[in-house]
Design a protein around this ligand. Structure first.
Ligand SMILES: Cc1cc2nc3c(=O)[nH]c(=O)nc-3n(C[C@H](O)[C@H](O)[C@H](O)COP(=O)(O)OP(=O)(O)OC[C@H]3O[C@@H](n4cnc5c(N)ncnc54)[C@H](O)[C@@H]3O)c2cc1C
Length: 415
């Protein structure tokens, strides 16, 4: 009898726990070939002129892939890592390892779905099926009480409906043993230089030990630490989002952990966390319901006219902005992170004062954010520009008002 050989194509799901594609592959396959691609399309500038993936997120990703490879080695397998477009080499891999099926998690933004389609076409020529799994959201699409086309555009209505009429699936256990091909080739994880970063860019990163580490162990440790009763360091700021974005932890795992730690004393804070996880789902479901809606140019004639990276960089370099904006820009560029309220103020400032086009602004965030997720970043920018899918949640106030409301040290407002 021929063996069932499943190639598992990992993308934003670099974990062994609660990972349906890996779980099912191990259940159904005789031999598993785990593969990850550093796709060159993600490591070059986009049309606006920003890098698709900035250096900090690249380091975070390299870290996550390194740890994932080592975890897979400990449980009997390995991770084949390539610096290539998946559609260019997946057929060769399939032929070499006699693959019978390929598994992957379906993405939702157009660039990602276009890549899946290309892979699917390539595989189809070899009569190999690409099996799509839906596993990136907290509420599984199949468990929604309504079809995607009927998901309410209003965030409040969406929240009410899913919380009342759906449920979050239990977490799948970690995979503990994988059988792979006895002669897997050896591959290496590309360096920053190989991914195209210049020596100057690499030298500018500073102390690598200060940067968050990207692996699954750190993701689980961050969740335990920030949900523990004595964590009060920064109220409301857990830094879990970068791990969720690259999938070293699943939203469902985080959800169930929050529920486990739920107490009357922290109810308000944890309800807020759960609501935020729902915003993440909301944006992904909206992108599914209205394909590409967050990425369309020219949503209005009033759209900002500052449309290129060069123009935005010039605004930054001129330093005519208040010092608090400089502080947020610096934090974003040097740490890859900003609390929600500060992202909101910065985006509002860029839209209102620099007249930044929302796609250019989102693309600036895309380069720098550690937790970059296409639906969330572009979805928020569209709402801040006034044309979001949930009109009630469009930004209606000035950046100064946001600053007064949400920035604790208000002394900087007038600087
Ligand atoms: C302009 C703009 C762009 C943003 N881009 C992103 C992005 O690309 N990726 C991203 O994960 N978040 C994005 N956010 C949402 C939010 O700012 C971050 O998720 C949050 O700051 C992460 O903080 P944390 O790690 O402490 O997550 P926690 O507070 O621990 O939240 C848990 C998870 O919920 C999700 N989440 C949290 N807050 C929000 C929110 N307000 N909206 C949607 N999801 C949320 C994140 O996935 C996060 O991991 C953006 C917000 C704005 C205003």
């Amino acid at each position: 009898m021929t063996k069932k050989v499943i190639l598992v194509w990992f993308r934003n799901d670099l974990r062994i726990h609660d990972n349906e594609i890996l779980h099912e592959a191990v259940q159904k396959g005789d031999i598993i070939i785990p593969v990850y691609f550093f796709d060159p399309r993600y490591f070059k500038p986009n049309d606006i002129g920003f890098q698709n993936t900035g250096i900090l997120r690249t380091l975070f990703l390299i870290d996550a892939v390194t740890q994932f490879k080592s975890t897979l080695q400990k449980i009997g397998a390995d991770l084949l890592v390539f610096h290539d477009k998946p559609e260019d080499i997946i057929d060769t891999l399939c032929a070499k390892y006699e693959v019978t099926e390929v598994y992957h998690h379906r993405e939702v933004a157009q660039r990602e779905t276009d890549i899946s389609e290309k892979v699917e076409e390539t595989l189809w020529k070899q009569k190999i099926n690409l099996k799509h799994f839906i596993g990136h959201t907290l509420y599984h699409k199949e468990d929604l009480p309504i079809p995607i086309r009927d998901v309410p555009n209003s965030f409040a209505a969406f929240k009410k409906k899913v919380e009342k009429e759906s449920f979050v699936r239990p977490v799948l256990p970690p995979v503990t043993q994988i059988t792979t091909h006895p002669h897997l080739e050896s591959t290496h994880i590309p360096t920053l230089e190989e991914l195209g970063f210049s020596p100057e860019a690499i030298a500018s990163v500073g102390d690598l030990n200060e940067l968050p580490k990207g692996g699954e162990d750190q993701a689980l440790e961050t969740i335990e630490r920030t949900l523990s009763a004595d964590y009060n360091e920064i109220d409301d700021y857990s830094l879990v989002s970068p791990y969720i974005a690259i999938g070293t932890v699943s939203p469902a795992f985080y959800f169930h952990k929050i529920k486990e730690h739920y107490r009357p004393s922290n109810k308000k804070k944890y309800d807020r966390l759960l609501m935020r996880l729902l915003w993440r789902d909301y944006f992904r479901f909206m992108l599914k319901k209205h394909p590409n809606i967050f990425f369309k140019p020219g949503v209005s004639t009033e759209d900002g006219l500052t449309t290129s990276a060069a123009e935005i960089e010039q605004c930054i370099a001129e330093e005519r902005h208040p010092s608090v904006i400089g502080e947020f820009l610096g934090e974003l560029q040097t740490t890859g992170n900003l609390p929600y309220e500060h992202r909101e103020i910065l985006a509002a400032y860029m839209l209102q004062e620099w007249k930044v086009n929302h796609l250019a602004g989102a693309s600036f965030f895309e380069e720098h954010l550690l937790d970059y997720a296409p639906a969330t970043t572009y979805g928020y920018w569209l709402h801040f520009a006034g044309y979001g899918t949930s009109p009630k949640d469009n930004l209606k106030v000035s950046w100064e008002e946001l600053l007064k409301k949400n920035y604790q040290t208000k002394k900087m407002v007038n600087s």
